[in-house]
Design a protein around this ligand. Structure first.
Ligand code: Q6M
Ligand code: ZN
Length: 647
């Protein structure tokens, strides 16, 4: 199962033919530098290259009107003056004699990608296309977009491949209003978009880009807008929205396919977005989506106008689609106040539609997201700060360890395909054997591993001890199942323990020992996945461990698909360095665990039953209790006296 890469140089063969400051960044080099970077890094060679094709009229008509299509069809033979005049009826877009051809290829590329993924030819993939699509509407071009590539792809996946539910994640920094309009009343397509909004001052300056546009009729709740009201949003702001809005809702929605409107103008250095998230964040955004829909993720390029951060971000995305572990999400700050305000607003308006958000807080009392307006000073000149050049370190080179998955199994158990048996023979002392395995992981010679031991408690103690000594970073221990956990989180911050269990048997033991109680125990997928998404992941990302120890206690009750989800998601931490520990007789879990460690997407959890209200409430309570210590757990603006930052 590979990763498709779809690209054709033909899509570089149109450009702006007159002067228009609104369109000057949309240049052919956007594609050449992105593709060039994939070739130079060797990533392109590792992908399955799939040819583009032209979309048919029927495919274009899945989303657009016949009148509009016929109008666009006349553009290839227009004179320069005719093109300029034709362009004038739309906003922030330009036409060129070859753009109709390229626009058909951009759709065709997206559909080829959907075909490749839906038929199982590849697991996932990316299409590098121009023109982008998410702004174009039923009967109008807009914002560099002619036809709506991703909207057409969603309808096509439903009609041609029987996909029932499609999730569209639009991480471009502009609002894909075209996609929103297309699926507004349709509950089978969940559209999520974050976008620079600045209280409606930022293009396209629509009031329906705000958080309170949630979809209509049957589609109510299936349109999620996260407006950014300030520029300069960072990695932690983006991750917070994933942990506390998108992922919980996406798992509840349970898509058959994930389409990403992959615009990279949300990255640092972009002249349109003016945000500060670094290119490596896209490795994490991608990773976090890759266990949905059994891994069927199709990323289609939208924007991205900084010719340095764009190719870096594209490479990060493709690396991750290929299954390479993501770089450490280092030094995450707390989300900023404006981001928290947006987060709180979105969660609040969506709590009636999604059981995972049922206990979200009310709207902030003085809902400042709503007041400031617009009409004047619209679309300001870039501020002085923004016009200065911004520098950031290039993403760390990803060095992939020679062994991905090592296993220590009883002699009578065959080594699963693709894994490497870590032999006990060379290390007759079982404890030394495990310690040596940890050492190899610390040295990045092995990425991850699975060990079956006679007694998980004993193994946990000695592994944790050894790991803390061997690492110069922190250790995260995640323990699943009822009963005592024989190790402590440590006040020096070197070990953090998170324990999932049914019984209220254990107390919280300080900042570094956290117990998550689930009424029905770890067997309840609805409760468990929500706890993982909105508690464990934020804790893990903020803690930034060098190694994750994932322990399954005997009779944990955790079901197979849940276990694989957990194992998959946690690989976003510690550059994928994770050691899974299970009791010797839990043999039925070997296969599923190894497949996750090898990077194979987890099976879907199915459409989850509504979360138990007591669990949502308990999780909310725990989260609130922990927020003074863990900033990524925040979901509301602290209702406290105005702080320094505002004076
Ligand atoms: C430019 C205003 C100049 C695909 C995309 C297209 C964005 C178009 C923005 C046009 N406005 N400050 O979302 O990146
Ligand atoms: Zn954009």
């Amino acid at each position: 199962m590979g990763t498709a890469l779809i690209y054709d140089e033909e899509m570089t063969k149109y450009k702006l033919l007159w002067v228009d400051p609104a369109c000057k960044f949309e240049v052919p080099e956007r594609l050449t530098v992105s593709h060039g970077a994939l070739v130079e890094s060797g990533l392109a060679d590792r992908c399955v290259s799939v040819p583009v094709r032209e979309a048919t009229d029927a495919e274009i008509l899945l989303v657009h009107s016949a009148e509009y299509l016929e109008a666009v069809k006349t553009t290839p033979s227009m004179s320069l003056e005719d093109l300029m005049e034709f362009t004038l009826q739309y906003g922030d877009v330009y036409f060129h004699p070859n753009i109709y051809h390229c626009a058909k290829l951009a759709i065709g590329a997206s559909l080829q990608l959907v075909d490749s993924v839906m038929t199982g030819k590849v697991r996932n993939g990316m299409a590098l296309v121009r023109p982008p699509g998410h702004h174009s509407m039923h009967s109008a071009a807009s914002g560099f977009c002619i036809f709506n590539n991703v909207a057409i792809a969603a309808r096509y996946a439903q009609q041609r491949h029987g996909a029932k539910r499609v999730l569209i994640v639009d991480w471009d920094i502009h609002h894909g209003q075209g996609v929103q309009y297309c699926f507004e009343d349709d509950p089978s397509v969940l559209y999520f978009s974050w976008h620079r909004f600045e209280h409606q001052k930022f293009w396209p300056q629509l009031k329906e880009s705000d958080f309170d546009t949630v979809g209509k009729e049957k589609g109510a709740g299936f349109n999620i807008n996260v407006p950014w009201n300030k520029v300069g949003m960072q990695n932690s702001d983006y991750l917070s929205v994933f942990f506390h809005i998108l992922l919980p809702v996406a798992y509840e929605f349970c898509p058959d396919l994930v389409l990403v409107s992959a615009g990279f103008d949300s990255a640092i250095g972009d002249p349109e977005g003016e945000m500060r998230a670094t290119p490596d964040i896209f490795a994490h955004l991608t990773h976090l989506l890759m266990n949905l829909a059994e891994g069927k993720v199709c990323a289609v390029l939208e924007g991205g106008y900084n010719l340095t951060s764009l190719p870096q971000s594209v490479c990060q995305t493709v690396h991750t689609l290929l299954g390479d572990p993501a770089p450490c999400p280092a030094n995450l700050d707390a989300p900023c106040k404006s981001a928290l305000e947006s987060l709180q607003c979105v969660r609040s308006v969506h709590r009636t539609y999604w059981s995972c958000l049922r206990h979200a807080a009310d709207l902030p009392t003085s809902c400042s997201t709503k007041h400031i307006n617009t009409a004047e000073g619209a679309d300001q000149e870039p501020t002085e700060e923004s016009s200065q050049e911004i520098f950031w370190p290039p993403p760390m080179k990803r060095v992939f360890p020679p062994t991905r998955t090592a296993v220590v199994l009883p002699d009578d158990v065959a080594c699963p395909d693709g894994c490497k048996r870590w032999s006990l023979l060379e290390h007759p002392d079982p404890q030394l054997c495990l310690s040596a395995l940890v050492d190899k992981m610390v040295k990045n010679e092995i990425c991850n591993g699975l060990v079956l031991v006679p007694d998980v408690s004993v193994a946990m103690i000695c592994l944790a001890q050894h790991a803390v000594a061997a690492l110069n970073k922190r250790l995260l221990v995640v323990c699943v199942g009822d009963g005592m956990v024989p190790i402590q989180g440590t006040e020096d911050g070197k070990t953090l323990v998170v324990h999932f269990s049914r019984k209220e048997s254990e107390e919280q033991r300080g900042k570094h020992f956290i117990t998550v109680h689930l009424t029905k125990g770890c067997g309840d997928a609805s409760g468990f996945i929500q706890a993982v998404l909105s508690l464990l992941l934020p804790l893990g990302y903020e803690y930034d461990p060098g190694l994750v120890l994932l322990v399954q206690k005997p009779d944990s009750g955790v079901c197979d698909s849940m276990w694989r989800q957990l194992t998959g998601l946690l690989q976003g931490l510690a550059q994928g360095h994770m050691l899974v520990v299970m009791q010797e007789d839990e043999r039925k879990h070997i296969g599923p665990t190894c497949s996750s460690l090898l990077g194979i997407a987890a099976p879907s959890l199915g459409q989850l039953h509504s979360l138990l209200p007591e669990d949502v409430e308990a999780l909310e309570r725990l989260r609130r209790r922990l927020t003074p210590d863990w900033k990524l757990l925040q979901t509301t603006v602290a209702e406290e006296p105005r702080g320094r930052e505002e004076l």
